[in-house]
Design a protein around this ligand. Structure first.
Ligand SMILES: [Zn+2]
Length: 264
């Protein structure tokens, strides 16, 4: 009997095809509603690609800005909606075989990355783990790696794809657009086909894609844009963090168990 294939789709909005301007990201605007419709279409196309490639189960996480970008009723009913906590629990229970990221963007401080940022474009200058600068992809990939689950595919802008391959050279990537400057991108005319093919190929090649390398214990370091942003996080967090300078917090993580271990 063939092994079951459970795929987890983790989505963001900045790297979605057709989301080509910073104005498309303004929550509550008409343009934002259009961006969400594009995200729905990408999720549905990726879900189809997964089932066409032999998936038994597909989960998805509407990750941008804490979720609420897509309505469950608009998503292919074969896919199961998840929260971040669900994602972590499924990893712990061994119910995810591989993950694919959609709508991915470059990490904070990247030339040529559309809306480059790491978790918060308003507050976070950089996030490092054991001295290595992280992207959102690499943070997700570390949590997956803890449970031996590879992130096999990534779809987003050109630089998001290039960076993903720097962390995991064997990952299958598909760029659907290119940034002309930080806040403006141009989506490729065949973006749908690129997304569909990338998801299919990433599942076909899943046994060849490795987990991101990392070593425990982890030193997690958040550098904020301003001193007050650092202070607000310090006041709010329940984690034992150390303020190393005006704008930087550190915490030691002996062993990663959930995504929240890498957050502050
Ligand atoms: Zn986002």
């Amino acid at each position: 009997m063939q092994k079951r294939l459970n795929v987890f789709l983790l989505t963001d909005l900045e790297g979605v095809a057709g989301v080509d301007s910073i104005e498309d990201m303004e929550r509550g605007s008409e343009r934002y509603a259009h961006s969400c419709a594009l995200l729905c279409a990408e999720i549905n196309l990726a879900v189809k690609a997964c089932f066409d490639s032999g998936a038994d189960l597909v989960y998805y996480l509407d990750g941008h800005g804490g979720g609420g970008n897509v309505k469950e009723a608009q998503i292919d009913p074969r896919a199961v909606k998840c929260t971040i906590a669900d994602w972590c629990q499924l990893l712990q229970e061994g119910k995810i075989d591989c993950m694919v990221e959609l709508g991915a963007h470059a990490r904070a401080g990247t030339v040529g990355g559309f809306l480059d940022h790491t978790i918060s474009s308003k507050e976070i200058f950089s996030i490092k783990v054991n001295g290595v600068e992280m992207s959102e992809f690499s943070l997700h990939a570390i949590v997956c790696a803890r449970y031996g689950v590879p992130v096999v595919g990534l779809v987003g802008d050109e630089v998001a794809c290039k960076q993903a391959r720097e962390y995991v050279p064997s990952i299958v990537v598909g760029a659907v657009k290119n940034a002309t400057c930080r806040n403006v991108a141009t989506t490729y005319p065949n973006a749908d086909q690129i997304l569909y093919d990338t998801v299919c190929r990433s599942l076909q090649k899943r046994s060849e894609v490795t987990c991101i390398p990392y070593s425990e214990p982890l030193l997690v370091e958040y550098c904020f844009y301003r001193t007050d942003m650092c202070e607000e996080t310090l006041a709010r967090t329940k984690d034992p963090v150390l303020r190393v300078d005006a704008r930087t917090l550190q915490k030691h993580v002996n062993s990663v168990t959930t995504y929240f271990d890498l957050r502050m």
